[in-house]
Design a protein around this ligand. Structure first.
Ligand code: SAM
Length: 339
């Protein structure tokens, strides 16, 4: 079992399979920031599968594939298929911007993917293009230029093939999309997806630029309460992780908030992150990490790699450092950390 110095047991691993993305969301990447790691630098499929097998042997139960945009990784379906067969894996999920999901949903489901979380911050095509800087995409990305309609088609495809429950994550930004909170909730109810509002996090230079746009979760909940005229009653949601869930009284609609800043949940954190370059990240809000790729490429045995993983877990900090005056996480990039 992987238990850290504060008694938290690690059961969940987020695995970034690529740093590349087909969007430039303003809170995640700086405009024009090119992320084209040399193929040698990123873990190959054999290395990813081996590391995940070791994590599972050490007690991790849930794996989430992320990125960058995970659907841009070549043969992502093959990777899902290989991972789905690993003993001990209880849940295999993926986080995506859904631009390519319509194309892959059925194959991913057949390969053994259980659920998807989809990032969608707006229902307005112009706001979508503005947030995702969709129009500044380079030539090779023009294929993916369908924007908001492609995301909506991706959501429909996920529902249709049964990658359920589909969760939709909205990063709320003051003056940009906060007026869309009620509309997004109505959309989620209509579609049958579970909406979660995410507070902006100061990760990476793009994230730090977002300081003025921060909307605390309590204000988000208050806006829903005022708009719909109903109370929001706390509810338990199985496997809820860092989200807190509420039911809109008198309806079947539930809604989640992820308030990493206004009400941190570090004391129940059960997760670690593996970057596409093989670095194990202990905490989203810190810079510390342990390299697993080099020892693996230098011929480390399974037992030695497990020791590295155990050492990393022992170094997991008690809590994130988002509020500290000097920002130790400024050099990190959300697109490399996998969100
Ligand atoms: N490309 C995939 C996607 O869009 O879902 C997966 C990677 S993305 C980095 C994962 C999540 O991180 C997304 O839901 C995104 O909205 C969130 N994210 C990125 N930067 C963030 C920030 N500064 N604050 C809060 N959430 C952020």
């Amino acid at each position: 079992m992987l238990t850290d110095a504060f008694g938290r047991t690690i059961r969940y691993l987020r695995v970034s399979v690529t740093d590349r993305c087909n969007l430039f969301c303003s809170y995640c990447r700086l405009p024009g920031e090119a992320i084209l790691p040399n193929n040698q630098e990123i873990l190959n499929f054999g290395e990813i599968v081996r590391l995940i097998r070791l994590f599972l042997e050490l007690g991790v139960e849930r794996i989430r594939l992320t990125g960058g945009e995970p659907l841009l990784r070549r043969n992502i379906v093959g990777l899902v298929q290989a991972l789905a067969q690993l003993p001990g894996l209880q849940e295999l999920t993926l986080t995506t911007n859904a631009l390519l999901l319509e194309r892959y949903a059925a194959a991913l489901k057949t390969a053994g993917l259980q659920r998807v979380n989809i990032s969608l911050d707006t229902l307005n095509p112009e706001t979508f293009d503005r947030i995702t800087q969709h129009n500044s995409l380079s030539k090779e990305n023009l294929l993916h230029r369908a924007g908001l309609p492609a995301v909506l088609a991706g959501i429909a495809a996920a529902l249709q093939v049964g990658l359920q429950p589909v969760k939709v994550n909205m990063v709320v930004m003051r003056g940009i999309n906060d007026h869309e909170i009620p509309a997004m909730l109505s959309f989620a109810r209509q579609q049958g997806v579970l909406l979660r509002f995410i507070e902006t996090m100061p990760v990476g230079e793009a994230g730090l630029d977002m300081a003025d746009l921060f909307v605390p979760a309590d204000q988000i909940l208050d806006q829903i309460h005022r708009h719909f005229g109903s109370q929001l009653l706390p509810v338990e949601q199985p496997g809820s992780g860092p989200a807190r869930y509420f039911n809109l009284e008198g309806t079947t609609a539930n809604v989640g908030v992820i308030s990493a800043r206004s009400r941190h949940f570090c004391n129940t954190c059960n997760r670690m992150r593996l970057t596409s370059k093989g670095k194990l990240v202990y905490c989203l809000g810190r810079q510390d990490r342990m390299d697993l790729k080099q020892p693996m490429r230098d011929g480390a045995s399974d037992a030695e790699l497990k020791q590295h993983i155990q050492q990393a877990v022992a170094l997991k900090p008690e809590r994130h450092a988002f509020e500290q005056a000097e920002n130790p996480h400024i050099g990190a990039h959300m697109s490399a950390l996998g969100g």
